[in-house]
Design a protein around this ligand. Structure first.
Ligand SMILES: [Zn+2]
Ligand SMILES: [Zn+2]
Length: 110
């Protein structure tokens, strides 16, 4: 794999041009393009790995899925606090003496 350098021209999806265009690398991160500048509209943006952003249709579908999940779980309204609800008593741990180590005697013979 050849090393990328600043100013190199690479393909990337341009959100402004809405298509794959030539881009010049303006910023590198770990040897990979981080920011690029479109050679067509001259706008800078993060390198998108030639991946087109989700379309409005896809975003809408995602939103519908998300809302469906929300509707399926947990009631929308949290239950009110009941008056006179008993409070759980606080149990204090009594300081117990450390248990003595068990000693084992081995009787031989008999
Ligand atoms: Zn672009
Ligand atoms: Zn462009």
């Amino acid at each position: 794999m050849r090393e990328l350098r600043l100013g190199d021209i690479i393909d990337d999806f341009c959100v402004k041009c809405r298509r794959l265009t030539n881009h010049a690398i303006v910023s590198l991160m770990n040897g990979a393009a981080a920011k690029v500048r479109c050679r067509t509209c001259y706008s800078d943006h993060d390198y998108r790995n030639e991946i087109a952003p989700p379309t409005k249709k896809e975003l809408l579908k995602q939103k519908e899925l998300y809302e469906a999940v929300l509707a399926g779980v947990a009631p929308a309204v949290a239950p009110m606090d009941e008056p006179g609800a008993e409070e759980t008593p606080i149990i204090e741990a009594a300081a117990a003496p450390a248990p003595a180590p068990a000693k084992k005697k081995k009787a031989k013979g008999g």
